[in-house]
Design a protein around this ligand. Structure first.
Ligand code: CP
Ligand code: NVA
Length: 309
């Protein structure tokens, strides 16, 4: 049994294994409908319990299809309907019940501590479906999308991030260190990664650069990533923050400064950080990116169940 909590804690060998399994499975499914199981249904009879403390469209749907395509099933819990929050039931007791009734637990949470607490008391795998500090399933899937489109290992590409220093970027930073790819982060000085992340960047190879000028950040990029300036539960003065990101909006001019065949990726949902004509352009691969979550999360599930080939 394995957990999938943060990219930085998972051996690169395992991350690469997940990606190659996803590639193989995606190819084999070409003629199957969404709810038809993969040959052999490797997770037949298994129940994935999902819980969302924050909104979700893609993660919810993609884990639903992922476990179904592996032959299992899923149940989504609403935290406001459990005793855990208002009723005062402990994480320890909740985790015991989850472990007795289910086979894996996917949690989207507003607290990193909760992931650690659940992990302590669960005897089934736990998957981080987004926390305040990371979004690992998203970024592993995005690496899959980049390599699928570029037909090259990500280690040979120049990746740019233009936007806020948030959970998605933290996982991209971890991926840059693990997969050894160049990452240029374009963000306002005031919104650079926090001290802990800066220390993590410095303690590792010198492939990550923080540049407070979006034009310089995208120069020579094969891929430009972005995300909303205001994340869920971001406790800031929104108008002020948005105005400080005006220069960092991804428009056609900025895109033209990257490589000619540069692609645009965004985990979604989008805000005002990208112009419509970029978002809907041929260079934008956001729909393919979103759908790939299903394929990669299937292999993440198999990894957690110790069933990756
Ligand atoms: N990208 C992503 O995780 O989307 P949702 O918040 O809709 O799940
Ligand atoms: N950074 C965003 C990602 C949403 C998928 C958030 O946390 O709201």
């Amino acid at each position: 049994m394995k957990n999938f909590l943060n990219i930085k804690d998972i051996p690169i060998r395992d991350l690469k294994k997940i990606l190659s399994d996803a590639k193989r499975r995606k190819k084999l499914r070409k003629n199957l409908n969404n709810l038809e199981a993969d040959k052999g249904a490797p997770l037949r009879g298994k129940l994935l319990i999902q819980m969302f403390e924050k909104s979700s469209l893609r993660t919810r749907l993609s884990f639903y299809l992922a476990i179904k395509q592996l032959g299992g099933s899923t149940l989504t819990l609403r935290p406001d309907e459990l005793h855990l929050t208002k009723g005062g039931e402990s994480i320890q007791d909740t985790a015991k019940i989850l472990s007795n009734f289910g086979n894996a637990f996917m949690l989207r949470t507003d607290s990193d501590k909760k992931l650690v607490e659940f992990k302590k008391y669960l005897s089934i795998p736990i998957i981080n479906g987004l926390s305040p500090s990371s979004h690992p399933t998203q970024i592993l899937s995005d690496i899959f999308t980049v390599e699928e489109i570029k037909k090259k290992p990500i280690s040979s590409l120049n990746i740019a991030w233009v936007g806020d220093s948030n959970n998605v970027l933290n996982s991209l930073i971890a991926a840059s260190i693990k997969f050894s790819f160049k990452l240029r982060i374009g963000c306002p000085l005031k919104y650079q990664p926090n001290k802990k992340i800066m220390r993590y960047i410095k303690s590792n190879k010198n492939k990550i650069h923080i540049i407070n000028d979006p034009k310089k950040a995208v120069k020579g990029a094969d891929v430009i990533f972005s995300d909303k300036v205001i994340s869920m539960n971001d406790k800031v003065n929104k108008t002020k923050k948005l105005s400080q990101f005006k220069k960092f909006k991804i428009n056609k001019v900025l895109l033209s400064l990257a490589k000619k065949n540069c692609i645009f990726l965004h985990c979604l949902p989008r805000g005002k950080e990208v112009e419509e004509d970029v978002f809907l352009s041929k260079q934008s691969k956001v729909w393919q990116q979103a759908l790939n979550r299903v394929h990669v999360q299937k292999s993440i599930l198999l990894y957690c169940f110790g069933k990756l080939r």
